[in-house]
Design a protein around this ligand. Structure first.
Ligand code: GUN
Ligand code: ZN
Length: 441
């Protein structure tokens, strides 16, 4: 690791709190929920942010420091993708189906190939490059049922010292034979992976039952047992995405009050649980998510692509449910969190809700960290946090450059970035203080 002290100078923006819940009631303006420095600097030492502030003031304290100047750029925290499937990189943009047929016709056959370690390694490598190219420095990642898939992913992430969370899919029914495990083998394999990887450098493990229809009660009980034995691992699954799926869950678990209750009965609702989609929830399910401090991943490009429905952000906020953003590759259509922010904005528009650009930015950064109980480490640029950050190019395309002319407020710049920006707007990505991606000139 680089033990020297480095400085990055540019405009800087990061969130301090949810723009919809101002930090201090006395100062109820949205400005109190972020820090914007028109000419700022971050000082990085041994992978951590040592100081952030106004460039001229802070640099006086470091007369001999090497300063990297990022002209006409914006430094923001690395994006956090709270729901993504690395083995589905090869099924992105598959035509014509909704969830259950899409799983059967495209996803399961693609996941079958991950019994081959070489295939796992090649896909993990390409997938991680895509994340970094899009400015995503932390993701909560589904593997496949094969434990090799998770080994390959973690080994690849660890090579670049990334903060990543992943887990082996637990799936013992309603799937092809070549993709099913058993309650005992899923427990044993998950346990082995936890022992080997959880807490290794910046890696963490997520217990990952695919979704209620593909796990027996015995398997869900094993998932609960793992959470009890390892209280600081995550729980990652899908919830209430598609109407047919929900009807199927009701048939399979007639004794459960609702979809969420299937998971609740096996003690899977915790402050480290992330449920992807959560589109069609009733009030009691929202209340229970809030009560247990569980989080949901809003995956707008997937929800529109698979025709699943419109996530109701305002309803979640009313119930004080933690919400973050996910791409859900390969149901989702872009690795870019900027594009995901754009689609979130559009989904809210369709529900007559308006999403402020600071809210979208919060969902893609600090909210992800909060959902993962990592806000002391990532998702913002406060002193003491890990130096995972992105250099955004505000004029990445001729259209962006043209549109940015005469725009002066950071709010407008941010909105243009999330509507017109994608991987082309990522000039460079840094993880733990090191450059892990630089856009070719
Ligand atoms: N529900 C169960 N499995 C999946 C999956 O792989 N993708 C999505 N979007 N939903 C699911
Ligand atoms: Zn998913």
């Amino acid at each position: 690791m680089n033990s020297s002290v480095t400085a990055h100078r540019s405009a800087i923006l990061h969130c301090l709190a949810d723009p919809d819940q101002q930090i201090d009631a006395a100062d109820s303006s949205i400005e109190s929920t972020y820090q914007y420095l028109a000419d700022g600097v971050i000082i990085v030492k041994e992978g951590l942010i040592q100081q952030i502030g106004d460039a001229e003031q802070v640099l006086q304290l470091y007369p001999n420091i090497a300063v990297t100047e990022h002209h006409n750029k914006l430094i923001v925290p690395g994006f956090i993708d709270t729901h993504i499937h690395y083995p589905q990189t090869g099924v992105v943009a598959s035509f014509g189906e909704q969830l259950l047929d899409w799983l059967e016709n495209y996803t399961f056959p693609a996941e079958g190939k991950f019994s081959d370690l070489q295939h796992c390694r090649e896909t993990a490598k390409f997938f991680i490059q895509e994340l970094l190219k899009n400015g995503t420095t932390t993701a909560l990642v589904f593997g496949t049922v094969h434990k090799e898939s998770v080994e390959a992913f973690f080994d690849e992430a660890d090579k670049q010292h990334l903060r990543m969370i992943a887990g082996k899919v637990m799936m013992d029914r309603n799937a092809p034979d070549y993709l099913t495990d058993t309650p005992q083998s899923s427990y044993d394999d998950s346990k082995e992976l936890i022992e080997r990887y959880h807490g290794k450098n910046r890696l963490s493990y997520a217990v990952t039952p695919r979704f209620a229809p593909t796990s027996s009660e015995q398997q869900l009980a094993m998932a609960g047992k793992l959470l009890q034995e390892y209280p600081d691992v995550y729980l990652h699954t899908h919830l209430s995405e598609n109407k047919q799926e929900i009807a199927w869950v009701n048939e399979l678990f007639p004794e459960s009050k609702n979809y969420l209750d299937v998971y609740d009965r096996f003690n899977l609702l915790t402050p480290r649980s992330v449920f992807a989609h959560a589109i069609h929830l009733d009030d009691s399910e929202c209340q229970r998510l809030a009560q247990t401090d569980s989080a949901v991943a809003f995956c707008p490009t997937s929800n529109t692509f698979l025709g699943s429905g419109l996530f109701n952000l305002k309803k979640m906020q009313r119930h004080q449910v933690k919400v973050a953003l996910g791409t859900d590759i390969g149901g989702g259509t872009s690795f870019s969190m900027l594009q995901t922010m754009q689609e979130a904005y559009k989904v809210c528009q369709l529900a007559q809700q308006q999403m402020n650009p600071f809210k979208a930015f919060y969902l893609a950064t600090l909210a992800g960290a909060e959902a993962l109980q990592l806000a002391d480490k990532i998702g913002n640029l406060a002193a003491g946090t890990e130096a995972d950050f992105v250099i955004l190019d505000l004029a990445a395309t001729p259209l962006m450059e043209y549109r940015m002319k005469n725009v002066t407020s950071i709010e407008e710049q941010l909105f243009i970035l999330m509507i017109l920006g994608d991987d082309r707007a990522i000039a460079a990505t840094y993880s733990f203080g090191e450059c892990v991606y630089k856009k070719p000139a």
